[in-house]
Design a protein around this ligand. Structure first.
Ligand SMILES: Cc1ncc(COP(=O)(O)O)c(C=O)c1O
Length: 436
């Protein structure tokens, strides 16, 4: 067989893959899903929405009506840009975050993940630089890597990405002759950090991007899932030419539909449609039209409110369990979304601690998954979206015992005396000054 001579024992096609696949390694999150799905493990690892909070009859009645009234259309190929009626409704959804756009500039994709892939395909050549928050959404990093781009992480604090740090980084990269293409940001209820970019900083980042000719990729799956009051409006609400905005129904409805969208500047929109057609011909007519039926017949705003209530209760359960069981550590306090970012004592490596955590029946995502540069060693992303409040509490209790055990282990092997004391300096109530 061709290629055998260049192969190895595991994969006879090794050596045949395109160079871009070298970045395609299984993420830490992915490997975890298998382990964490065992029922006895409290998983604080994945970002699965709690879809059981969506009454199934809302979906079945939308499907039923669709099939009775427009079955052949729902089962047919559709437009590469997405169903026009759904694109109109997407404008209503985005209006809740201050965005006014044209239906012509909305492109429906197979989840917002697919929009990330398409934008990367349109803009990234090998060696191009994507500026991104540190930490950043893990599967966006996988996409950028698969187009052989370099990701340069810019530090965040509790108000999101730090503009001065961005300016400095851009200057340094330009001085090194790098091509800067995108600023990728999850400004609202960041995955994984849970923090939200302030309004002032949104304006400042847009200005920096404009001055430096960098396209902003604003990824906003969580913006409508706020707990203590609405977040600042989307960056796209004030800048239409320099921002590609990504939205999705995955978190406010259900991810199984695989329907997301991009709102792109007019010129980019053309190329995006062509890329979408090249990849999938047309996004699923069936799921788009089910969602369209649902949006036109159900009280979807009230349903989002229900989700907010569910996740707020879980966020509260996580924060109070952290305060109770890990009072010496620090973490972020999210006003929405799915995630808390936990700072471990400096000497603890979250990734090497993970097998011991799973043995004690709790799973989390190690911070290194969210950096392209090896950072995040002593950070953990904790998800509060899926387990019940009781399980969250139990999960944090188990985690505290894992961390205590880890510190004792390190103490035993340390030659410099007890390390545990170092953690006593940390402050519970205030978020960490710098997430990087
Ligand atoms: C920041 C971010 N972007 C994009 C996605 C992809 O979402 P989907 O493809 O389901 O729309 C996720 C999913 O967790 C996410 O957290």
């Amino acid at each position: 067989m061709a290629g055998l001579s260049e192969g190895n024992n595991l994969d006879p096609w090794y050596g045949h893959y395109a160079a871009r696949t070298t970045g395609l390694s299984a993420s830490e999150v992915r490997a975890l899903f298998a382990v964490a799905s065992r029922p006895e493990v409290v998983s604080l690892a994945g970002g699965m929405p709690f879809v059981s909070a969506l009454p199934t009859e809302l979906v079945t009645s939308a499907i039923d009506r669709l099939m009775r009234e427009r079955g052949p259309v729902a089962l047919q190929y559709g437009s590469g840009q997405g169903a026009p009626e759904l694109r109109e409704q997407i404008l209503d959804v985005m209006a809740l975050e201050g965005i006014r756009g044209s239906v012509d500039d909305v492109v429906v994709t197979t989840g917002s993940q697919h929009a990330l892939e398409l934008i990367a395909k349109l803009f990234l050549d090998p060696g191009d630089v994507v500026l991104a928050e540190g930490p950043s959404y893990v599967t966006a990093l996988v996409v950028f890597r698969s187009f052989q781009a370099e990701v340069s992480h810019v530090p965040m604090d509790e108000h999101g990405l730090i503009p001065a740090a961005l300016r400095e980084r851009i200057a340094a990269l330009k001085a090194a002759g790098k091509r800067l293409k995108l600023l990728y940001t999850v400004p609202t209820f960041n995955n994984p950090a849970g923090v939200t970019l302030s309004w002032e900083r949104r304006l400042e980042l847009l200005e920096i991007a404009r001055e430096n000719d960098i396209l902003v990729l604003e990824d906003n799956p969580y913006g409508l899932l706020y707990f203590d009051g609405p977040p600042p409006h989307a960056m796209r609400s004030v800048e239409k030419d320099g921002v590609v905005y990504l939205g999705t129904f995955s978190k406010t409805l259900a991810p199984g539909f695989r329907v997301g969208w991009a709102l792109a500047p007019h010129a980019i929109r053309e190329k995006l449609i062509l890329a979408n057609e090249a990849a999938v011909l047309s996004p699923s007519s069936f799921t788009q039209l089910v969602i369209s039926e649902y949006l036109s017949s159900a009280d979807w705003r009230a349903q989002i409110d229900t989700f907010r209530g569910v996740y707020r209760e879980r966020r509260d359960a996580m924060l109070s369990a952290l305060a109770e069981y890990l009072p010496k550590l620090s973490w972020t306090i999210p006003n929405g979304g799915f995630y808390v970012w936990l700072n471990l004592p400096e000497q603890v490596d979250a990734k090497s601690m993970l097998p011991r955590a799973v043995k004690q029946l709790v799973a989390y995502t190690p911070g290194t998954a969210f950096y392209a540069d090896g950072n995040g060693r002593n950070n953990i992303r904790l998800s509060f979206c899926y387990p019940t409040p009781e399980f969250i509490r139990e999960g944090i209790r188990r985690l505290s015992s894992v961390i205590t055990g880890e510190l004792e282990l390190l103490d035993t092997f340390s030659q410099t005396g007890p390390l545990t004391r170092i953690t006593a300096e940390r402050n519970v109530t205030s978020p960490p000054p710098n997430l990087g």
